[in-house]
Design a protein around this ligand. Sequence first.
Ligand code: GTP
Ligand code: MG
Length: 193
Amino acid sequence: MHIVSAEYIISAVGPKQYPDDNQPEIAFAGRSNVGKSSLINRLVNRKALARTSGSPGKTRLLNFYHINKSFYFVDLPGYGFAKVSKDVKAEWGKMIEGYLQNRENLGAVIQLIDIRHAPSNEDREMFNWLKHFGRPTILALTKADKIPRGKWQKHARIIIESLEPDLETPLVVFSAETGLGKDELWEAIGDYL
Ligand code: GTP
Ligand code: MG
């Protein structure tokens, strides 16, 4: 994908603030700190379009980015972030689920899983939840630069055995650090734009 423009549009708390021009959207879901914002930056070749942070809980609202003025990336707050109160967690849950369940122009969800670790219960819940609502999902196994190439397959297998994705679910080994998997991920995204 040739990126001509990538612009931050809005941090939304609810549907009233979502863009209303009916262009397709791709959303990014995953545990806090898994690398959602970094992955977005890598995909669009911008260092700091989406804010990233070493400490979890950086993205707290639904951040919309307009790409090539023709579709949107939606950076979602991470789940599994321990350091917020129950009330705040419940509110995030509602915000994220409301978006993922009801948004008509949402084309696909990229769910990020840290390739180093077996999926958490929350990862599995999210994956099954998306399946239940019929949302096409692309799995990005990220931070691949943190383990040797020779171990990717073994780690991928553990994740596949845990999530049991359908054969048509694309699975991409990715690194925001090195750019590994970028073209493959764009190809998978292209099917939903
Ligand atoms: P929240 O907004 O808190 O939910 O986090 P996030 O999922 O957006 O994570 P973010 O992109 O902010 O990245 C978290 C940390 O992981 C940062 O320190 C990144 O530099 C690092 N990181 C993200 N992706 C990669 C990767 O592929 N490789 C390596 N080595 N580090 C990464
Ligand atoms: Mg983030």
